[in-house]
Design a protein around this ligand. Structure first.
Ligand code: GTP
Length: 390
């Protein structure tokens, strides 16, 4: 089976981090996001063998022995495609073969699906996933539900997840058979028909491609799905398991925190070659830790945590200097950052090579872009710097 991963968006909500890199190249607990996303597919076909023994998914009997093996994953690229090619020049990401479909201009989520599917000559059922969704759900079960739905005329099955606040997402209303009745994009609280949202993972039949105009900007959520709803051929099923859309600074920080916490419970390190230097504190290579690093945290090679500095629940990239008396909490610090003494970082992100002056405080979801210099003593709360710098 072929998987299309949509990774061509500009990631405007994550600016300035995305001025120089596509969202999926940004690190999540030390690994480019795309490697975390692709784990979802690399897990197969091993999971085939672990399939639901009673063969019932979402209350429905599902065909057994469905072959769901992802031999190939197509990365649907548009924004800064060279970053992917430079990072993975041999077309292998964590052992999975990937190919690159580079759009000449942005085609939106629908146009991109058609472009990528045609690029690899899709002729059978295929899977599409938003490349900024970190999930731990069974794509295998989703495919099996789709094969069941297909007998009832489904051309597409959307994986749904339940969230507390559906207003940022596409909300789905379906009947007992799973047929979608209504698809409401970003509803106000009183308009939301349920808390089940489009999780950005779809199983599609190749006929869906015919509904997408060629080489045009088309949104799969806003244009293609409503057409399928009208034809009665869009189905959905609820998926269980971890799910996070990493599109905003807050959710990007959350993704890093979630993965640090997850690895506290596992025997594997969050990145290959990391060793635990204390319980829940991983180090890659040989950082120098003179101050304190509290779990769960990850400190990369060549970094120095000075006397009196306290790092907790955070990721420190390569070759950083965290000066004496500094505090870093629930934050992501990329490579080459220098924090001068007594500066503080909380719930925030520093891109590579940022310099933070003495005593500066950066808090509450602030994002500081590559190479920016934060002057001594300044207080940044819920801000992004620089702005309009592309
Ligand atoms: P924002 O600009 O912050 O909304 O982020 P985004 O550009 O990533 O858009 P959005 O989160 O809506 O996109 C969902 C997924 O589709 C992401 O993985 C994007 O990379 C991808 N995507 C969005 N637009 C395009 C496009 O025009 N082409 C391709 N290939 N992928 C896209």
């Amino acid at each position: 089976m072929i998987a299309v991963l949509l990774v061509g968006g500009e990631g405007t909500r994550l600016r300035p981090l995305t001025y120089h890199f596509p969202k999926q190249i940004l690190p999540v607990a030390g690994l480019p996001m795309i490697e975390r996303v692709l784990k979802q597919f690399a897990a197969y076909p091993a999971d085939n063998r672990l399939s639901n023994p009673d063969d019932v998914v979402g209350g429905r009997e599902i065909p057994q022995n469905t072959d769901v093996t992802f031999q190939e994953c197509v990365l649907s690229l548009g924004y800064k495609p060279e970053r992917f090619v430079q990072t993975y020049p041999d077309g292998l990401i964590d052992g999975l073969r990937v190919s690159y479909a580079v759009e000449p201009e942005p085609l939106g989520t629908g146009g991109a699906v058609r472009f990528a599917a045609e690029h690899v000559g899709v002729t059978e059922t295929f899977v599409v996933m938003n490349g900024d969704v970190l999930a731990d759900i069974s794509v295998y079960d989703l495919v099996r539900v789709h094969f069941y739905n297909r007998r009832h005329g489904a051309l597409a099955t959307i994986g749904l997840v339940e969230v507390d606040d559906p207003s940022r997402y596409g909300v789905v209303d379906m009947d007992a058979s799973g047929q979608v009745r209504q698809f409401v994009e970003k509803p106000s609280p009183d308009e939301a028909p349920s808390n089940l949202i489009n999780g950005g993972i779809y199983v599609l039949e190749p006929q869906v491609l015919d509904l997408i105009p060629v080489n045009q900007m088309v949104s799969i959520e806003r244009e293609v799905f409503p057409e399928l709803v009208a034809a009665g051929s869009l189905y959905a099923t609820r998926m269980e398991g971890y799910w996070l859309d990493t599109g905003t600074p807050q959710s990007y920080i959350q993704a890093n925190m979630d993965y640090l916490e997850r690895y506290m419970k596992l025997s594997d390190p969050p990145v290959a070659g990391a060793n635990q230097i204390a319980e829940g504190v991983w180090a890659v290579g040989h950082p120098i830790v003179r101050g304190s690093v509290l779990p769960p945290s990850l400190v990369m090679n060549g970094s120095l945590i000075e006397y009196g500095a306290v790092v907790s629940h955070s990721v420190i990239g390569e070759n950083c200097i965290i000066g004496s008396g500094c505090r870093v909490d629930r934050s992501v610090v990329m490579g080459g950052v220098r924090m001068m003494q007594d500066s503080a970082l909380e719930d925030s992100v520093l891109a590579a090579m940022v310099e933070v002056g003495e005593g500066a405080q950066i808090v509450q979801g602030s994002v500081v872009g590559e190479g920016y210099v934060v002057t001594s003593g300044s207080v940044l709360s819920d801000v992004r710097l620089p702005i309009n710098d592309q």
